[in-house]
Write a protein that binds this ligand. Structure first.
Ligand SMILES: NC(=O)c1ccc[n+]([C@@H]2O[C@H](COP(=O)([O-])OP(=O)(O)OC[C@H]3O[C@@H](n4cnc5c(N)ncnc54)[C@H](O)[C@@H]3O)[C@@H](O)[C@H]2O)c1
Ligand SMILES: CC(C)[C@H](C(=O)O)[C@@H](O)C(=O)O
Ligand SMILES: [Mg+2]
Length: 380
């Protein structure tokens, strides 16, 4: 019996080793698997900057072990024209089935008076994929500081991130009504929605300057009062991190006058939308800021914070940096491809230093010239 047991143990042990190796092999294979990237090229300048970003991705990934395949799907205005809706089933399924999603920008005057707007598709995809946290970094380098309308000494040391709640608040609250005499929007937040976005903010801050600022309107709004209550509770779990509070009107002023006083700003959907466009002024242009939207599970979505810039579409002068840096974020966060991401980041930095700048940054370069320069500056 003893022997049998021993033998059994041995066999069991061999199986364990075998399964362990098998699992490791599978894991390796999974890591090496061709990644699926869903691409939503969007409207107006959307296709121009997406093309630019994908060129950089292609060249930066060449001769590396990172393999990917692009799947293009109709979305936004383009999808309304073809299918009558901004988020067709095929697009949603393709995105759900991907490893990461790249979006440029949608919308524009062409659809402003249509029954359905492209922007509805954007809200739908965020909701369907549960992308509740939108991360919008503001980083400044020397050249961008020169281009900024804000004084260099004010900008000194600025490096903050806006953590914007993305699937609730006034964007999604019910009732929503509109008739000739009355319009209603509803702002609502559940404590659990506030709690999870707070945790994202605190976790991020842990790897940064350990300072969270909750931006709200708690002197007036019930939702903001709940935000503060939840923030206070969660902050007890993060005793190493400093927390403070700022009303949104004052925050709008401080972002311009004391931008280096922030590390991680956690805020509601609408406040985050407005403050992040404002923060882009610090960097000299809206065309420089990337973003990432993450959920509990499933693929994350990467997109510039700006819109489809109809006023410059077709001129070949859109700034591609926001799109290129969104791709850099994707490589880092979804694929852990730090080397390729770092290579792209340094190539963008060099391109800016060498003053290859589009007109929004006071330069004369075209989108293509910037892209060519970024590619030239890639190492290896
Ligand atoms: N995520 C998105 O897809 C998204 C985001 C914001 C706005 N929109 C939509 O975009 C459309 C246009 O909106 P808008 O004009 O208010 O805002 P916008 O962000 O498109 O443009 C605002 C200003 O910034 C400039 N700009 C923006 N991106 C630029 C870039 N990469 N390079 C150079 N200049 C750039 C534009 O030329 C314009 O002068 C609207 O339909 C809006 O709803 C979409
Ligand atoms: C187009 C619009 C719906 C969108 C938003 O308000 O979230 C945009 O402004 C953004 O910042 O991504
Ligand atoms: Mg916006």
């Amino acid at each position: 019996m003893g022997m049998g047991l021993e033998k059994g143990r041995l066999i069991q042990h061999e199986w364990d080793v075998f399964f362990c190796l098998f699992k490791q092999l599978k894991k390796k294979k999974r890591r090496r698997r061709m990644k699926k990237i869903a691409v939503l090229q969007g409207d107006y300048i959307g296709p121009e900057i997406m093309h630019a970003g994908l060129e950089v991705l292609k060249l930066a990934s060449e001769n590396t072990s990172f393999k990917y395949r692009i799947y293009n799907y109709p979305f936004g205005g383009e999808a309304i024209d073809r299918y009558g809706e901004p988020l067709p089933e095929e697009t949603l399924k393709g995105c759900q089935d991907s490893d990461a999603i790249l979006l440029s920008a949608i919308g524009g005057p062409r659809w402003d008076k249509k029954r359905v707007r492209p922007e509805t598709g954007l809200l739908e995809i965020r909701k369907h994929l549960g992308l509740f946290a939108n991360i919008r970094p503001t980083m400044i380098n020397k050249v961008l500081a020169e281009k900024s309308p804000i004084k260099a000494e004010v900008l000194e040391g600025t490096d903050f991130v806006i953590v914007r709640e993305l699937t609730s608040g006034i964007y999604f609250g019910k009732p929503r009504e509109l008739d000739a005499k009355l319009a209603i929007d509803t702002s609502s937040y559940k404590a659990e929605e506030v709690e999870r976005i707070m945790r994202v903010g605190f976790e991020m801050s842990r790897h940064r300057k350990k300072h969270v600022t909750v931006v709200d309107k708690a002197n007036v709004l019930a939702t903001s009062k709940l935000w503060r209550k939840v923030a206070e509770k969660i902050s007890e779990e993060y005793s190493d991190i400093k927390i403070d509070y700022c009303y949104v009107d004052a925050a709008a002023m401080k972002i311009i006058t004391q931008p280096n006083s922030f590390d991680v700003i956690v805020t509601a959907n609408l406040f985050g939308d407005i403050l992040s466009d404002e923060a882009s002024v610090l960097t000299g242009s809206l065309g420089t800021i990337p973003s990432m939207s993450v959920g509990v599970r499933g693929p994350s979505l990467y997109e510039p914070i700006h819109g489809s810039a109809p006023d410059i579409a077709g001129e070949g002068i859109a700034n591609p940096i926001s799109m290129i840096l969104s791709i850099e974020m994707m490589l880092r966060e979804s694929f852990k491809e730090y080397e390729i991401a770092n290579n792209i980041a340094q190539a963008v930095e060099k391109t800016i230093e060498k003053r290859f700048l589009t007109p929004d940054l006071g330069g004369v370069a075209t989108t293509n010239q910037v892209v060519k320069e970024v590619i030239k500056n890639l190492k290896g």
